[in-house]
Design a protein around this ligand. Structure first.
Ligand code: CTP
Length: 209
């Protein structure tokens, strides 16, 4: 089985020295990559900038912006049996990346942002028969409703819902998996390594001992 995993934040540059990003550490995606390797999968990891060393044996593609991640993911997904999007992709980017460092001027300034591509929704539209698409939903409110909505809107097979306070930056996570056929599997609060293993076991079945 060949599996594509994304991890970490994206960076949307404003000028050569400034960018918009988020608090994603990449730990959940890297843990899924490690767990997939341990199941014997061929693993491709598309990663935003993080302070982690990828597990040995995965093919790593490093990206910065949402546009670069979209390009790599859409290309690689075409040959993968499953995709797990654990990356925290920016939803907006500056309309224009300034070539020169922005100088300050008196008064306020406004940054004009435009939407980035929803990579997972694009994958949902071009999904091959039999391909398994898994998203993450990090929410502060209405966890299950929001996650279910994303599962349906992006044509996913599974979504791993977690509260921002339970996962972002931490070494542990608390995830509820929602399946397209209505299955709800609540996983215990565990290390991201254990949660990653349980996510893959729930979706693809237990490995024979
Ligand atoms: N995602 C993506 N491309 C984006 C934004 C998100 O592929 N531009 C993916 C994430 O990797 C994650 C899932 O979509 O697997 C849900 O991401 P999330 O940020 O929770 O949801 P959004 O679709 O961005 O919705 P909202 O910001 O309204 O909560």
């Amino acid at each position: 089985m060949k599996i594509l995993i994304t991890a970490g934040p994206t960076r949307e540059y404003i000028d050569p020295v400034r960018f918009i990003t988020n608090r994603s550490s990449g730990k959940m995606g890297y843990a899924v990559a490690q767990a997939a390797l341990e199941r014997g999968c061929e693993v491709v990891l598309v990663t935003g900038p993080v302070a982690l060393t990828p597990p040995e044996g995965v093919r790593v593609i490093r990206v910065e912006s949402a546009a670069q991640m979209a390009e790599a993911v859409k290309r690689e997904a075409a040959t993968c049996d499953a995709v797990v999007m654990a990356a925290a992709v920016a939803d907006y980017r500056p309309v224009k990346i300034l070539e020169h460092k922005l100088k300050k001027t008196p008064g306020d300034m406004t940054l004009h942002l435009e939407r980035t591509e929803d990579i997972l929704a694009s994958l949902g539209e071009m999904k091959k028969p039999g391909q398994v698409l898994v998203g993450f939903a990090a929410e502060t409110d209405d966890l299950l409703e929001n996650a279910k909505h994303k599962l349906e809107r992006k044509n996913l097979d599974w979504i791993a819902a977690n509260r921002v306070c339970d996962g972002f930056g931490a070494d542990t996570n608390k995830v509820i998996l929602l399946g397209r056929e209505g299955r709800i599997v609540e996983l215990p609060l565990e290390s991201k390594a254990v949660v990653a293993k349980m996510i893959l076991e729930t979706i693809f079945g237990r490995q024979p001992e």
